[in-house]
Ligand binder design. Structure first.
Ligand code: IPT
Length: 269
């Protein structure tokens, strides 16, 4: 008995934590997990990955790759004999998915900064290729607008720490007077902390930083990172439960949207 997992780069902390959870919970149910990792060329690679899994007789596949709704629907249509469950699509799309509410954590971070008195908030978004990155960005901007604010700056990274570091330097050059940064994930927030340390900018004295994900390491950053916590272990667990249940019953194939919540540590003030 085998479940497949097609995943985006496991060099990224969030997907690697999800993969670990999928394996753990599938094993507890007596299933093996075959992992196929794809890289840059997502739209080409994903069908190859599914074919690779099909050739090993896998008929249930969890897909943790950022996909626009049409691409996910096409994958479902092209693989009629495989049950596909998506982890990184628009939660409100019609495809079978287990995902996170894209707005609750972003709203509470903006609200929290606003209440601390921040008015010049810079945004460090994830890549345009990621649906979730775009949803987070949209929700930050909508929430800022609801307080009568515009972002002090918007820059984009590619999820890794290096891009967060580069993004922070870019904002420091273009708009040095911002007082807080919202980063779309913790790895980029780590890069931001590093850039600020290098420029002797005190955190949170001069600038506050909020991340997103709350991966295992985030409470060990210096200062310990305030971030939006995604229960990635629960996402893996729920994905396994859903895809195994969907065996029996089509009605079980409805999607789950998991909450995200702000965890306040020491990088904000
Ligand atoms: C999303 C993470 O928040 C982000 O840090 C990055 O790892 C990305 O995945 C990779 O695609 S979580 C996803 C389930 C929306």
């Amino acid at each position: 008995k085998t479940v497949g997992l097609v995943t985006t780069s496991l060099a990224l902390h969030a997907p690697s934590q999800v993969a670990a959870a999928v394996k753990r919970y599938a094993n507890l149910e007596g299933y093996q997990v075959l992992i196929s990792m794809i890289d840059e060329n997502v739209n080409y690679g994903i069908q190859d990955s599914i074919n690779e899994l099909k050739s090993q007789l896998v008929d249930k596949v969890i897909i943790n790759v950022p996909l626009e709704t049409e691409s996910a629907e096409k994958i479902v249509a092209d693989n009629a004999n495989v049950q596909c469950l998506f982890l990184d699509v628009d939660p409100y799309s019609s495809v079978f998915n287990v995902s996170f509410n894209p707005a609750d954590g972003t709203r509470s971070s903006v609200k929290y900064l606003y209440e601390l008195g921040h008015r010049d908030i810079a945004l460090l978004s994830g890549p345009d290729s990621s649906v979730s990155a775009k949803l987070r960005l949209k929700s930050w901007i909508e929430t800022l607008n609801s307080y009568g604010l515009q972002p002090a700056a918007v820059v984009k990274g590619n999820w890794d720490a290096q891009s967060g570091y580069a993004g922070a330097l870019q904002i420091l050059r273009s708009t040095p007077n911002f007082s807080a940064v919202l980063a779309a994930n913790d790895q980029m927030a780590l890069g931001v902390l590093s850039a600020f340390h290098q420029h002797q900018i005190s955190i949170p004295g001069e600038k506050s930083v909020i991340g997103y994900d709350d991966t295992y390491e985030s409470s060990f950053f210096h200062p310990a990172l305030t971030t939006v916590s995604l229960d990635l272990d629960l996402q893996g667990k729920e994905a396994v439960r859903r895809i195994l249940d969907s065996n029996h019953n089509d009605a079980e194939r409805s999607s789950s949207i998991l909450p995200a919540r702000l965890v306040v540590r020491n990088s904000t003030g």
